[in-house]
Design a protein around this ligand. Sequence first.
Ligand code: HEC
Length: 152
Amino acid sequence: MFHKTFLTVAVSALLLSSFSANAHDGATGVVKERMDLMKSIGKNTKTIAPIAMGSMDMDLKTVEEGATNIAKAAKEALTKYPEGSLDDITEAKENIWTDWAKFEGLMKDLSSNAEALAKLAADGEEFELTDAFTKMAGTCKKCHMEFRVKKP
Ligand code: HEC
């Protein structure tokens, strides 16, 4: 029980820190498009987190749909980081392009982990969801720590 609570708290903290940096009014073009994609990833993650972590009633359909949305958005997001696409508003860091293979690898991890989660939900494997969700959420953190500007 402690374990689950701890994970839920950790995941909520991750989501809160993602959502607090929501000041992207004025973003345009490809930067806005990828922010919107990341925002939808954040929204879907927030929807499925309490279900996958066991603090809300099981709802396999919602987890399947949310995880599928995340996988799709992650794939599309990779096309929204053309080299040097930085402006005043973006939280993307320059090392995305000097370390592209790693960035791309993490985004692909996110989509494959989200696909794995969607499949478990589709197969009714409700007891596997917590681990699969935690694994997926781990990729958010890894990438943000390295490739996203930390806001105070
Ligand atoms: C491969 C790297 C990577 C992965 C994986 C990743 N993110 Fe992000 N995320 C970013 C970058 C880079 C930005 C900043 C984009 C910008 O400002 O141009 C960002 C921004 C965000 C934002 C802010 C969007 C906004 O409103 O501007 C949220 C919310 C977010 N991510 C949530 C998540 C969640 C939840 C996950 C995991 C399910 C995740 N991200 C996985 C790289 C990643």
